[in-house]
Design a binder for this molecule. Structure first.
Ligand SMILES: [Zn+2]
Length: 349
């Protein structure tokens, strides 16, 4: 198995101005640019100046509005043969679009995420829509990741809370993976576990936990990249996704108005860590409070009855994926905890 990791990695203030320079350093001088909806108006000029000044020409430029697989395929096959790389500037949709187009055309992808709401921008998969349904497709991990932390600082705070929720879920995901090993013998990749755990630990130990602090955002973005790398190293989503993700995916299916991925995952993590009797529960609770995640979600709570139904529906979302929710009686115990413990008043309504 060949493991790929991002070779070009820049996470710092004003990195956007240097995208051209970074591409040139990597040997690219003729590229495709995909922009997310509205992003060209916001940041297009900065990107254009940056590419121009490094004498990088744009083979094709496209604004991406959907992540429907047929649109990605159509776009990928229109790309000129002399393009050397695909640059994606935007949120999850644009980056997923580019990752799958890169997978189809074998072109390296440079992701320039404008929000860090989950670990998707550096993961080896792409979330696409197939026949109207969201599906996770195999893709290649980006060749490059460039994150301008000043852009992230200016993005809506809930995106950053969502990224933090997605990161803290690693405690629950790793515990589920170890539980699966002890119960079903599913092998654990220790290196993936180490990468995943260390990046979250760095974040948790950072003295300033504010989504407006550039250093904290740099750590958060870096940790999300490492989560993507951890998945690439073991060839599965195990180090990044456990029972808490199953609950969030079920909530997506059941809720009339689903919330953001990492917000749902962060809330679900409080439940799955409790079920696991995981000693990191207090750390997660504290970081959610300190960063402002808890305050934000208490103003935009998840639907209580849908959340309870999502707990019950979670295991069926991924048959054969052993987690703490596979333990007999676990679903009912977690539902009772959610219904009776005051913790949940801040997150559900
Ligand atoms: Zn996630």
């Amino acid at each position: 198995m060949e493991i790929q990791i991002p070779s070009l990695l820049r996470i710092k203030p004003h990195a956007l101005y240097k995208v051209g320079k970074y591409l040139r350093k990597s040997g690219f001088h003729h590229v495709v640019v995909y922009y997310g909806t509205g992003i060209k108006d916001l940041l297009g000029q900065t990107i254009e100046i940056s590419l121009d000044s490094s004498e990088i020409t744009v083979a094709v430029e496209e604004e991406v509005h959907t992540n429907a697989i047929e649109d990605v395929i159509a776009s990928a096959f229109r790309l000129p043969r002399d393009a050397q790389a695909i640059v994606a500037v935007g949120g999850g949709v644009a980056v997923d679009f580019a990752k799958y187009a890169g997978f189809l055309t074998q072109l390296p992808v440079v992701a320039v995420p404008t929000a860090i709401s989950n670990d998707g921008f550096a993961s080896p998969g792409a979330s696409l829509t197939i026949a109207g349904k969201r599906a996770s497709c195999k893709a290649t991990i980006p060749y490059g990741v460039v994150i301008d932390t000043t852009v992230i600082q200016g993005s809506p705070a809930q995106f950053n809370y969502s990224g933090i929720g997605d990161l803290l879920s690693k405690y629950s995901a790793i515990a589920d993976w170890k539980l699966a090993y002890h119960t079903t013998g599913e092998p654990v990749n220790d290196f993936s576990v180490m990468i995943s755990m260390q990046s979250v630990t760095n974040l948790v130990n950072h003295p300033v936990k504010s989504v407006t602090d550039l250093d904290f955002l740099q750590l958060t973005a870096g940790a999300l990249v490492m989560s993507g790398v951890a998945m690439e190293v073991c060839g599965s989503s195990r180090p990044a996704s456990g029972s808490e993700h199953l609950i969030s995916h079920a909530y997506d299916r059941l809720a009339e108005h689903p919330s953001q991925h990492g917000l749902q995952v962060g809330v679900a993590t409080l439940g799955t860590l409790w079920l696991q009797q995981n000693p990191n529960l207090e750390i997660v609770r504290r970081v959610l409070d300190e960063t402002g995640f808890t305050a934000y979600v208490s103003e935009h709570p998840l639907e209580r009855s849908t959340f309870l139904a999502a707990i019950a529906a979670a295991p069926a979302g991924r048959p054969g994926y052993h987690t703490v929710l596979s333990t007999p009686g676990a679903v009912e115990r977690l539902q009772t905890y959610v219904e009776t413990d005051p913790t949940w008043e801040a997150f559900l309504a």
